[in-house]
Design a protein around this ligand. Structure first.
Ligand SMILES: [Zn+2]
Ligand SMILES: [Zn+2]
Length: 394
């Protein structure tokens, strides 16, 4: 106990002005290097590990670090007397949980999380698949079939993996628990590391004679065709859960589920947002001006809609109840919003051109039209538009 203690900064190999991150980093490196589990039976390593941990406990705590900077080791002497030979330093208040999570997490992998005994009934794992459907199939729902390889408990051995007539024996290494606990003495007291039993692989049972049908796995695999009912109103990215079509359960647990993610193909005309459908419908200038009937495609088939005289371009029309059924209630349907867009005529016959000119004359829109400059302007513009068109066609 009277042994001279090394300076904490020196122990961690950091400067006196090191920040918290540098101190933590230094400790992590040392703890990894000297941890007793990594150096079984190495007294020197254990000593180093304790030393580094003590230094870290002090320097990672702002208040303790301040005291240490001021008084050195004397700051922590006296109080806790002979508390375990650590120079009287009280470690109960030191918080190692975060750094322990960090260090032991990557040092020991999954070993520490195995708190559960492995021999109780466990639900099987879920299987994830995806399926592609059309826009209309998503709106109205559909039935699909999915081929997949599914495991089933072996019929010969009923999932035990043991040759019929024999049965698996309880693993002697772990006593059937499926896990083994390695105990080591460390600076923090007794450290327990729970690991999957290497003898039985975590099952708690050892098979002496393997079932010939399943080679001791307890399962057989076969291709299965599963019917998937896609409900009306499903949207891209949503999943359908089919219960108990996943991996078989363990030790009598239920099967996992099959989760089918639905990918909905884009539609050339319709866009969807939640339960509503959006589309654009062209109307002629004459229909917009005079009013008239237009044919609007909807997911229920074409609808004849009567456009009012004097309709402007980008007029929005709501077709109530022509949208997507709600997944929550099939009676509720969204709406279909149509944007009416007036088309500018492009390829016109001489007669049609004449009619349009006549139209402009009659409505008084003849300014500049028949003058020479007007004609020139038109030619220039046309030339420009044609260039634009060419650019898009390439
Ligand atoms: Zn079998
Ligand atoms: Zn075992």
């Amino acid at each position: 106990m009277a042994e001279a203690k090394r300076d904490y900064y020196e122990v961690l190999g950091v400067g006196r002005d090191a920040d918290d991150a540098a101190i933590k980093k230094a400790y992590r490196a040392l703890a990894k290097k000297y941890h007793p589990d990594m150096n079984p039976g190495d007294k020197e390593a254990e000593k180093r590990f304790k030393e580094a941990s003590e230094a870290y406990a002090v320097l990672s705590d702002a208040e303790k670090r301040r005291q240490y900077d001021q008084f050195g080791h004397a700051a922590f002497e006296g109080g806790a007397g002979g508390a375990g030979g650590f120079g009287g330093f009280d470690f109960n208040g030191a918080d190692f949980s975060d750094i322990f999570g960090d260090i032991f997490g990557d040092l020991f992998g999954g070993g520490r999380r195995g708190g559960r005994a492995n021999n109780g009934p466990v639900k099987g794992a879920n299987i994830r698949k995806s399926i592609r459907i059309t826009f209309e199939e998503a709106v109205f729902g559909c039935e699909k079939e999915l081929d997949l390889i599914l495991k089933d408990p072996c019929e010969d051995c009923h999932g035990t993996g043991a040759k019929p007539g024999t049965s698996p024996e309880t693993c002697t290494k772990c006593g059937g628990r499926g896990q083994v606990v390695y105990t080591s003495q460390s600076f923090f007291g007794t450290v327990q590391n729970v690991q999957t039993c290497p003898n039985c692989g975590g099952s708690g049972k050892v098979i002496k004679e393997k079932c010939p049908k399943c080679s001791g796995t307890g399962y057989t695999s076969s291709r299965k065709r599963i019917k998937v009912t896609i409900p009306a109103g499903i949207d891209n990215g949503q999943s359908v859960r089919i219960r108990e079509k996943g991996e078989p359960g363990i030790n009598g647990g239920p099967r996992g589920d099959l989760l089918v993610e639905v990918n909905v193909s884009r539609h050339p005309v319709f866009q969807r947002q939640d339960v509503h459908i959006f589309s654009t419908v062209p109307i002629s200038f004459a229909v917009a001006a005079l009013g008239g009937d237009v044919r609007i495609p909807t997911v229920d088939g074409d609808v004849i809609y009567t456009v009012k005289p004097g309709t402007k371009t980008d007029t929005k029309v709501r077709l109530k109840g022509k949208g997507v059924p709600s997944l929550r209630s099939a009676q509720v349907r969204g709406d279909h919003y149509v944007t009416l867009v007036i088309q500018t005529p492009e390829r016109l016959s001489a007669e049609a051109k004449e009619a349009l000119r006549r139209f402009d004359e009659l409505t008084g829109n003849t300014l500049n039209q028949n003058t020479e400059t007007g004609e020139k302007e038109k030619k220039k513009k046309k030339g420009f538009m044609e260039k634009v068109k060419e650019a898009f066609e390439e």
